[in-house]
Design a protein around this ligand. Structure first.
Ligand SMILES: [Zn+2]
Ligand SMILES: [Zn+2]
Length: 377
């Protein structure tokens, strides 16, 4: 399942201004927010997509990264669909917009702005916790993109009771304390002079599930969940940066029957490379040349991430000179195979000065000392 483009979700162009993006999200929230569409799953999904798109595009730093790398992909065999891209955020801003749209009774809005924690709306849908993990990548892996196996221990629906918590469905009763909503509402004085409001807390009796289980399943003690160690394959796109967090939707912990899975959050860690330093899409390296090479110029061979290239240097090249090798850096986007560009390789030339010489070569040194070309003026 391909994940939709954030610009497309909000219906704005790639060059849209911050104001245009804000307005587009306001319009989407107006239309799809769960408060306007109680119980409408499709609207909720649309709202969440819009909130996610907005949280990225409203943040200049995240927007830049998104423009550069887009969504990352995940292996289909792992089961779940698309990738969420980058870490969510911008809740404050989203909350401000929503307060503005729907009024001040929105206190306790908390995490709803983003991703499915359903705090403030109708019957609660349980959501499994997210799992955060790190993946170490070499520069070679970053250059080409790669497939990584990630082993996780996570909650999965109990195979004995299919995640229900008991083998007999009749043993699942609606929680009397919260009438099955999983939430206890309490009236409070409204904020912002908007009359009465309420706060919502998780029902203690049923732990927010809205259900009580009699004759609980032995394997899972009625929780409907068991711990399972599983390995999944994740495709890491080319060009990712150190510290970037990729979101694999639905690959976190399960929340039992009727619940939705949490997400898997993968934090990219770049391993140091012995030959190259990275600067964004560019690579830096150094290359020693001999004194005669520096004087005469010509062609030298420079290591790249995937082999080597011949590089021309001028006659009279000085130590410290930096030569740029175009296109031998890292991909600048995840759509490299569709014509994305590559960064460059910067080679700093170091002229090798020997620390000692053999007796035979002493003559040479004396000749150089007396030669006009080697005089410093
Ligand atoms: Zn069970
Ligand atoms: Zn309850």
């Amino acid at each position: 399942m391909a994940k939709r483009d954030y610009y497309e979700i909000l219906g704005v162009s790639k060059t849209a201004s911050a104001d245009e993006i804000k307005k587009a999200f306001r319009d989407a929230a107006m239309k799809w927010h769960p408060h306007k569409n109680p119980g409408n799953k499709e609207a909720e999904e649309k709202y969440k997509d819009a909130a996610e798109a907005y949280s990225v595009l409203s943040d200049p730093e995240k927007r830049k990264k998104y423009d550069q790398f887009g969504h990352a992909g995940v292996d289909g065999s792992a089961g779940s669909g698309g990738f969420g891209g980058f870490e969510s955020g911008g809740f404050n801003d989203i909350n401000d917009i929503l307060k503005d749209l729907f009024g001040g009774a929105f206190s306790g809005f908390g995490g709803f702005g983003g991703f499915g924690s359903n705090q403030d709306q109708g019957p609660r849908v349980a959501r499994g916790r997210d799992i955060r993990t790190r993946v170490n990548l070499t520069l070679e892996e970053i250059a080409n993109g790669c497939e990584k196996e990630i082993t996780l221990e996570r909650n999965r629906p109990c195979p004995d009771c299919n995640g229900v918590g008991t083998k007999n469905p009749n043993d699942v009763k609606t929680c009397p304390a919260c009438n099955g909503t999983g939430q206890i509402k309490q009236q409070t004085r409204g904020l912002f002079g908007m009359g009465m409001g309420y706060t919502v807390s998780t029902c203690q009796q049923c732990g927010g599930t809205g259900k009580l289980v009699e004759n609980p399943c032995r394997k899972c003690s009625g929780s409907g969940l068991v711990r399972k160690k599983e390995t999944l394959k994740v495709n890491i796109p080319a060009g990712v940066e150190d510290g970037v967090q990729m979101v694999v939707r639905g690959e976190g912990h399960s929340a039992g029957k009727d619940g939705i899975n949490g997400d898997l959050l993968i934090v990219i860690q770049e391993l140091e490379h012995e030959n190259f330093k990275r600067q964004g899409p560019n690579l830096l390296t150094s290359k020693k040349i001999s004194i005669p090479q520096a004087i005469k110029g010509g062609e030298i061979e420079v290591k790249t991430l995937d082999g080597s290239v011949k590089v021309k240097i001028d006659a009279g090249t000085q130590s410290g000179t930096v030569v740029k090798v175009k296109g031998k850096g890292l991909p600048t986007g995840n759509n490299f195979s569709f014509g994305g560009s590559k960064g460059d390789l910067y080679v700093q030339i170091e002229v090798f000065i020997p620390k000692k010489m053999s007796w035979r070569d002493r003559d040479l040194l004396e000749k150089m000392e007396n030669a006009d070309s080697f005089k410093v003026d």
